[in-house]
Design a protein around this ligand. Sequence first.
Ligand SMILES: [Zn+2]
Length: 470
Amino acid sequence: MTPWRTLALVVLLGSMPAGIFACRSARRPARSVVLVTIDTLRRDRLSVYGYGRPTTPRIDALAARGAVFLDAWSQAPNTNPSIASALTSRRAPITTVRGNAEKLDPAVPTIARVARDAGWDTAAFVSTVLLRRDASALDGGFDVYDDEMTDPCWGHDRAQRVAGRTIDRALAWLSARDAADGRPFLLWVHLYDPHGPYTAPEPTPELDATAPSLPAAADESTWRGAQRIPRYLRVPALTTPLEYADAYDREIRYADRHLGRLLAALDLATTYVAVHADHGESLGENAYWFRHGTLLHDSALRIPMVVAGPGIGAGRRSSLHVGNLDLAPTLARLAGMPPLPGAEGRDLSPHLLRGDDAAPAWFVAEARRRELVKDDTGIDVRWKLRHTDDAGIDVTWWPAADERRVRGGTPGDVATAMERMRAWLRGPQDAGPSAITPEMENALRGLGYATPAETVTPSSPSSPPSPRRR
Ligand SMILES: [Zn+2]
């Protein structure tokens, strides 16, 4: 029987400059925070990261006033696990969110809960049915959690909400709240547009004068035609990889246009703004066309991350190796909130505000998808871990078979990497996917995802098998 349940991890160890953040207990002044998550947004598709088309002029303008992290990573290549970890700064074994339509453990605090308990107004505006409260349980801590889907997608009438409408709602909330009392706010806005299918709801003539390109690592000889990409991604008018890539760019430009309306309403003298992605998208690398959520390739894990606000120097560019797990503790600290309990990411505020070095840290990304069995290794890949770092250590480990591939590093380095990966796996038991409604199951099928019932077999272990000793 095909092993439906698949899980893979990649551990990325950042090689940081020497120096440790000082421990500071004093609170900073209370500030507002806006966190913008743009779904399926590849880092190298933003003009601020060097792309040759003007896809993101509003994000570029924000970046010019703040800091850009050049080496940012997600800890999951799909939506719910990545976002649950970003809002909590906890690994998937802690959040219990290892797939879409899996719910956050209510005992795990989010930055929204910390903010609300400390007196911030809190609101969230999300744009996919996957993040609806009944599918994600991410609404805890938000005074307002607007998850009303208004737009068709994947053959369903209300599977998403386009950026124009989500931003309208967020702006309405901002203008309606009573700012006169001086309370700060935490606003989370999630935009879904770059996620397939690539059908921007408005024309984007700003891109007409430039041509799309494919990543250098994309091999067009592996393109097998649009009929071979996931059904939900197929657009009848598109046939070639470049046509799909162009349509992807236009979704990004569309999202940026409406994000610009929100950014224009914010005061960066009193508000911290962070823009990031939950994951990227493969544009032909590894013979993987216009997909994400399964394999743990860099194309799905590298993300943009821009942070601006009071005290952050304009035009800063940071080569620190950072991750989505770092976002919540950093934003909480910048805004003067209490620390996020149990945060596993780092508070990067000293780096942002003063340029301090950061302590070494390691990052984890995890996925559970049946497609992993198609990995070209020929090894049982239900579980897969990869450890790399800038010092040349590169270890891939399949715990189920205790198979490993070592591409670099000294024996001591490899032993350290293996211990880190084992430590990662020693998390709490995986509770398995939450029950979902038939409506949600239909939406997931339309999106091309296997539903939780399809991704887990009753005989699957609730945690990975212990590796055999060699
Ligand atoms: Zn996503």
